[in-house]
Design a protein around this ligand. Sequence first.
Ligand SMILES: NC(=O)c1ccc[n+]([C@@H]2O[C@H](COP(=O)([O-])OP(=O)(O)OC[C@H]3O[C@@H](n4cnc5c(N)ncnc54)[C@H](OP(=O)(O)O)[C@@H]3O)[C@@H](O)[C@H]2O)c1
Length: 241
Amino acid sequence: MKKELRGQVALITGGSKGIGFGIAHALVSRGVNVVITGRDGATLVDARMKLQAIGNGAAEGYAVDVRDHAAVHQGVSEAVSRFGGLDIVINNAGLGRFVNIADMSLEQWNDTIDTNLTGVFNVCHATIPHLRRRGGGYIINISSLAGKNPFVGAGAYCASKAALNQFGEVLNQEVRHDNIKVTTIAPGSVATAFGGGAANAGADWKIATSDVGDLIVDLLELDTRSLPSYIELRPSKPPKK
Ligand SMILES: NC(=O)c1ccc[n+]([C@@H]2O[C@H](COP(=O)([O-])OP(=O)(O)OC[C@H]3O[C@@H](n4cnc5c(N)ncnc54)[C@H](OP(=O)(O)O)[C@@H]3O)[C@@H](O)[C@H]2O)c1
């Protein structure tokens, strides 16, 4: 039997644009109340208004940098107070600094690891007690095919996502008996402005952000007894090489 999503509460990091916004859109459309985060306040306000205009679940936007452990704890407390609890956590905020290792600055390295890996730790650390209090929940980490497929110029990015894959496997084993599911989704190219490109560049063959949202709805609706723990989501027809 499909699980009812209406009335559940979801936190989506980096929900102000790109994949995170696509996920938020899919969840609000199913009556989920969402809290989206990002660093840029104006983008958050705009995204929140678009989500509220759907007229189904409620939406809040909090400016929280996932790299800031204390700010993440504070933001999660506010989200829980606003909606009375938390059921779903989507660790989506991430960035890529694409520079060869020999030319990469320490700042670029730290930015990538702190956001893509430590940021997920910070959010899990702050949210797991609330999921446990609720009797269970769902944590979904947005990794990347780059976590398994290394390529030149992506040393920090590939390392952050490979580590995130392992983090998700461990987390799953640690929380599954608390009725908390953990899934890692590793997408290929998604039509967003990630890495500074144009959101619509190659959009005809790339994964749409709404596809990631639909996949997450399917996962959340799946019976509690089954868990797809690691999913690769690929464009079905990438350009021929
Ligand atoms: N697009 C792809 O082809 C692709 C493929 C595989 C995996 N992914 C992964 O999917 C996730 C989302 O990527 P996207 O393509 O949607 O990128 P995007 O369009 O650049 O969006 C990234 C989101 O993360 C937020 N963010 C970045 N750093 C943050 C921080 N320190 N604290 C809080 N929020 C932060 C951004 O908001 P602010 O800038 O306002 O903070 C924005 O909301 C990333 O983890 C990425 O690695 C993307």
